[in-house]
Design a protein around this ligand. Structure first.
Ligand SMILES: [Zn+2]
Length: 196
């Protein structure tokens, strides 16, 4: 699969000479299929891993900590990803296991656009407790951040099967390219119930 590259406008000629191609629909540069990704590393964010579509969206609901209304929440997952070893000349390895991603520092804006067609409440928002911005759920009523720690690490979080979660559903979003993400990653046993 082709891999999305994050090329600044002033770098576009250099990327083109290196072999990057332009996708006019998504308005992004990408590395051709079966490329040596090390050649394109300048355009993959540091510490990013590459997610292979489809993007699996888990949908849930929770009570907002601020306004106490029930709000929609979601989490992004994939069945496969490509990770690099951290050597000087990294080796890129595909791993096949369902993972969820949270504390998302970086996500291509074209991927955000796809997600926001379903979840306009998915926003790049400042977290006081982390002291930085990240891509996260916000309340559909009051707009406040619904922090990822509670959604992914508390024992009654909505994206596990430790508790019954009849309101948690899932959907798959198609996306043309393998794309970089900078985030934490975790497993969930919910997958076995929803049978992705
Ligand atoms: Zn709220």
């Amino acid at each position: 699969m082709e891999t999305q590259l994050i090329v600044k406008y002033e770098d576009k000629e250099k990327a083109k000479i290196t072999g990057a191609l332009w996708n006019p629909e998504l308005k992004t540069w990408y590395a051709p299929r079966n490329s040596d990704l090390n050649i394109f590393r300048d355009w993959l964010p540091a510490e990013s891993i590459l997610l292979k579509p489809p993007i699996i969206i888990l949908n849930g609901r929770k009570e907002c900590w601020s306004c106490h209304n029930t709000t929609k929440i979601m989490s992004i997952g994939t069945d496969a990803r490509i990770e690099s070893t951290s050597n000087r000349t990294p080796i890129w390895i595909e791993r096949n296991s369902f993972k969820l991603y949270y504390w998302i520092d970086f996500l291509p804006i074209s991927v955000v656009n796809v997600i926001q067609t379903i979840y306009p409440t998915f926003q790049y928002i400042h977290s006081k407790s982390l002291g930085k911005k990240y891509w996260a759920n916000t309340c559909e009523h009051c707009g406040r951040l619904q922090g990822d720690w509670e959604l992914h690490n508390e024992p009654d979080n909505p994206f596990d099967i430790l508790f019954e979660r009849p309101n948690t559903t899932w959907q798959a979003l198609e996306y043309e390219l393998c794309f970089p993400i900078v985030a934490e990653m975790r497993s969930t046993r919910l997958r076995k119930i929803i049978n992705i």
